[in-house]
Design a protein around this ligand. Structure first.
Ligand SMILES: [Zn+2]
Ligand SMILES: [Zn+2]
Length: 342
């Protein structure tokens, strides 16, 4: 079947094995890791692997192939040593992705960890952030316990107000601004070093702790700092699980979320959607993916995404739990998503 749907597939045995794994799940779009995502080791791909990968991609007629960067990279780190390490690692990601002629590499914007560093002047702020998190958990419990729709709506509003307070605490001191600038600087440097090819997609994260990827405004600011000549190589990835956890209410305010996306980031800059349900409730700031329809998002938002003409052209990739058999679970989620179009 040829549509814009696909999944993250394993690169076990080498990236050249990925294209056939797309065919196994009847998809034309995949995402992969070009290295072990939990390690700093930066392998360079040899010529044979690259040629084999390109042949395989062609014979399986794939429409979109992209990579996800290593989870260790933190281009917002205030520590110059770890920032430099992240910058080098990200550049290596972009080099490997470009040599494989990938369409995109997705990156998490990282954490401006200065706030959580052990500085006494930040004690109050850290306590405030903790309190906000506890308070949100308390309100969520009430939401779960009530079956009255208007009470639910009121509690959701209450949760949003706590979130505004939490954001104010995060913005205090300009650490965040610095994290955003550092992130843009790291991406710019990698794009300059690898002049052609693969696009970089900044992924919306669940916005936990001092993460700078948890809202549209921060993502927009990162892109603002990218020099004009490189801007067309930088777009965005919307992860449905992260978005819902970060406070974008795809369940009760689907159109509102996309209107906001369009006005802050520009829908034309949306390069990818990660299709994941979530194990945690709205505004939890937690990042635990769930199979489509089995989590707190439920089927509703995915049905809307699949039938939304604005999102037709955008590749949609699953990062749902693989269970015992990755082919079986990916096929299950993909056929459910496809059924929403019938
Ligand atoms: Zn994702
Ligand atoms: Zn995630």
């Amino acid at each position: 079947m040829s549509d814009e749907l696909g999944a993250h597939v394993s690169a076990e045995g080498g990236v050249q094995n990925c294209p056939s794994r797309a065919t196994d799940i009847e998809a034309k779009c995949i995402q992969l890791f070009t290295k072990q995502a939990q390690r700093w080791n930066e392998p360079t791909l040899n010529k044979d692997t690259i040629i084999q990968f390109l042949d395989e991609r062609e014979s399986h007629a794939l429409d979109f192939v992209g990579a996800h960067d290593s989870y260790l990279i933190n281009l917002s780190s205030p520590n110059s040593e770890s920032w430099e390490k992240s910058r080098e690692s990200f550049q290596a990601e972009l080099e490997r992705s470009t040599s494989l002629q990938l369409d995109f590499v997705v990156t998490h914007p990282g954490n401006a960890t200065e706030i959580s560093a052990n500085k006494p002047e930040n004690n109050e702020r850290r306590q405030g952030l903790k309190d906000a998190q506890t308070e949100m958990g308390r309100v969520q419990k009430k939401i779960d316990a009530t079956s009255d729709d208007s009470a639910k709506a009121q509690l959701k509003e209450e949760k949003k107000l706590i979130e505004i307070k939490r954001k104010e605490l995060l913005e205090f001191g300009g650490d965040l601004q610095r994290g955003i600038e550092l992130n843009a600087l790291g991406i710019t440097s990698a794009l300059e070093a690898v002049p052609k090819g693969t696009k970089v997609l900044l992924e919306l994260t669940a916005g936990s702790g001092t993460s700078i990827g948890g809202n549209f405004e921060y993502l927009a600011k990162i892109r603002e700092f990218i020099p004009l000549a490189l801007k067309d190589r930088v777009g965005f990835c919307f992860d449905t699980c992260h978005g819902y956890s970060a406070g974008y209410d795809l369940v009760d305010d689907y159109d509102g979320v996309w209107n906001q996306f369009d006005s802050i980031l520009g829908i034309e800059n949306l390069g990818l959607i990660h299709m994941n349900d979530s194990q945690h409730p709205f505004l939890s700031h937690k990042d635990r993916h769930q199979n489509i329809g089995d989590g707190s998002l439920g089927k509703g938002p995915f049905r809307k995404i699949m039938t939304d003409p604005r999102l037709n052209r955008v590749p949609k990739i699953l990062e749902t739990p693989k269970g015992g058999d990755p082919v079986v679970s990916d096929m299950h989620n993909l056929s459910l998503l496809r059924s929403f179009r019938k």
